[in-house]
Design a protein around this ligand. Structure first.
Ligand SMILES: NC(=O)c1ccc[n+]([C@@H]2O[C@H](COP(=O)([O-])OP(=O)(O)OC[C@H]3O[C@@H](n4cnc5c(N)ncnc54)[C@H](O)[C@@H]3O)[C@@H](O)[C@H]2O)c1
Length: 268
């Protein structure tokens, strides 16, 4: 309803309704582990239908079985480098659940090598997964997101893009900058069609990408907490909560943005 002098004063606010994703259908890539798994779990718990995409077939099968016990989930083992497999999985999910409302691009790899001598084939591969992979799912899901009338795309960025480190992650950091640019341009294209596109940029979260990287985990925890404004390590539910906001009608007027969930480590 257009604003008039008679209707601009708020009379009610339906908070629960705005954040409600019950009955919506989401596709989550990278759903077998870490933050993608946390988001898929939160979405199923919130009553959404969730299509789980990941390359790790064995773990994905376990995740599907677990989530099916709590709600509606279907797994497709897919390498996000495979355009045909991505399109076919997304079409199958849309057919099974009657459309797609939410797309979460989480899948990523983290090769470690100095930019000065990183193998360029490895750079091509990280770009293919971390950036082109996100565009592949967008191209496949866009007709459904548009038809939904409340489509939301969430692309994973990273605090590392704002920091320019840690050392050795240069190629990965470049992909996370590319995700910000891709999402801004995407927002210009798709928001007029009723679809928002935003970046969810985590700080440092204790997932398997982190464990094993540092000899002294307790010292790493302390160093992260020292840099953050919030004096605790982030938990996967901090990410899931932000994802529910960006996936729901609550964020309908927010597009092309990067939401840093990093405990106030950096400011965007
Ligand atoms: N954990 C952190 O501290 C942190 C910080 C900043 C950003 N992020 C971002 O969050 C996202 C998730 O990170 P995470 O820590 O949960 O990592 P993770 O390694 O635990 O999960 C990544 C998932 O992507 C899947 N995947 C990898 N390559 C794939 C491919 N080719 N096709 C399909 N699936 C593939 C993996 O199997 C895995 O399930 C990533 O985009 C990452 O860049 C994480």
């Amino acid at each position: 309803m257009p604003p008039t002098a008679d209707n601009i004063e708020p009379t009610a606010f339906d908070a629960a309704g705005l954040f409600n994703i019950e009955g919506r259908t989401a596709v989550v890539t990278g759903a077998a582990h870490g933050l993608g798994l946390a988001i898929a779990t939160a979405f199923v718990g919130a009553g959404a239908n969730v299509g789980l995409l990941d390359i790790d077939a064995d773990v994905l099968a376990d995740v599907e079985a677990r989530l099916k016990g709590r709600g509606r989930a279907v797994a497709h083992t897919v390498d996000v480098r495979d355009t045909v497999a991505v399109s076919s999985a997304i079409r199958d999910i849309a057919t099974e659940f009657g459309g797609i409302d939410i797309l979460v691009n989480d899948a990523a790899i983290f090769p470690s090598a100095p930019l000065a001598d990183i193998d360029l084939d490895e750079v091509a591969s990280v770009l293919d997964i971390n950036v082109v992979g996100y565009l592949r799912t967008v191209q496949a899901a866009l007709p459904y997101l548009q038809a939904s009338g409340h489509g939301h795309i969430i692309n994973f960025g990273s605090v590392t893009f704002f920091l320019g480190n840690p050392d050795g992650l240069g190629a990965y950091i470049a992909t996370k900058g590319a995700v910000v640019g891709l999402t801004r341009a995407l927002a210009r294209e798709v928001s007029p069609l009723g679809v928002t596109a935003n970046v969810l940029a985590p700080g440092a979260f204790p997932t398997r990408a982190e464990f094993g990287l540092y000899e002294d985990q307790a010292a790493f925890d302390r160093s992260v907490i020292e840099k953050q404004s919030v004096k605790r390590r982030g938990s996967v539910s901090d990410i899931a909560a932000a994802a529910i906001y960006l996936a729901s009608d609550a964020s309908d007027f927010v597009t092309g943005q990067t939401l840093l969930v990093d405990g106030g480590w950096t400011f965007n």
